[in-house]
Design a protein around this ligand. Structure first.
Ligand code: C5P
Length: 259
């Protein structure tokens, strides 16, 4: 396993980007990218990186599963196929520079901003837009900013809102079915150009790195906050989420995920 990993990382592929949880490489064609999921979590407040063995493989599998489920509802995503345990082939898109956060329950940033208590169920799902800009610390932006500064058009924003609401309804039900509350999650979007038309589709990843997922009975944080705040090993969170979704490989050897 370790030798395959090394080969994947040090092969001849051109690296396009390295973030806290993924490395992106050029794909085999000009319109594809290979996403490599890392075994690391970065604590935003301290910028400290924590190694979380097995996380990359679990996130690769969880994102594949959730993207394919959305695709089966007619919600297009950039996912093409999994290549190996921690890498997937995705479509290269014209990235819309926004993080779209959908919140069902107050947690994180919204609590800080409005002095709300964590865990309060929101009267309706709230969609927020943040500009993807590390230098500016991803500021909250309004739809007026987005249109005025040309980050996305009015029609694209309508599409993004519709997809976000549909994805939220579906994912909330999917997770509830396995005893997990979807507190909030982040989506990213990009433009895909087909024959003469442009389509806004879901990009990036949908994983416990980008969702707040709490156990329905105990409210234990099963996502990256569980690892960061409560020091959980991934088997208390990520692995349990994958297990409840029923997507661990049949021959699953947990040791393999940690090697
Ligand atoms: O920090 P905040 O409360 O705004 O996060 C809302 C949701 O968006 C959380 O599920 C978090 O994991 C996700 N998020 C993300 N990447 C960011 C910021 C937030 O995936 N850069």
């Amino acid at each position: 396993m370790a030798s395959i990993l090394k080969m994947n990382l040090s092969g001849k592929r051109k690296q396009l980007y390295e973030g806290s949880s993924k490395i992106l490489f050029e794909g085999p064609d000009s319109d594809t990218i290979i996403a490599h999921f890392k075994d690391e979590v970065t604590v935003a407040s301290t910028n400290e990186t924590i190694a979380v063995a097995g996380k990359g493989a679990l996130n690769n599998r969880i994102s594949e599963y959730l993207m394919l489920k959305l695709d089966s509802l007619g919600i297009a995503t950039h996912f093409i196929k999994n290549i190996n345990m921690r890498e997937q082939l995705v479509r290269r898109l014209d990235v819309i520079p926004l993080q779209v956060v959908i919140r069902n329950v107050a947690a994180g940033d919204i609590c800080t901003r409005f002095g709300m208590e964590e865990g309060v169920v929101l009267p309706k799902p709230i969609i927020e837009f943040f500009l993807k800009s590390t230098n500016l610390k991803d500021p909250l932006v309004t739809e007026d900013h987005i249109e005025a500064f040309g980050w996305a058009g009015a029609f694209e924003m309508e599409e993004i809102r519709n997809i976000a609401i549909r994805a939220n309804d579906f994912l909330t039900g999917l997770f509830l079915g396995c005893g997990i509350r979807l507190i909030d999650f982040k989506l990213e979007f990009g433009r895909s150009f087909g024959h003469d038309f442009e389509q806004v589709i879901i990009a990036d990843e949908i994983t416990p790195d980008t969702c707040r997922l709490w156990d329905m009975k105990t409210n234990v944080k099963m996502d990256q906050e569980g690892v960061k705040l409560e020091g959980f090993p991934p088997d208390k969170g990520y692995l349990e989420i994958a297990r409840r979704l029923g997507i661990l490989p049949e021959t699953s050897n947990v040791e393999e995920l940690y090697s």
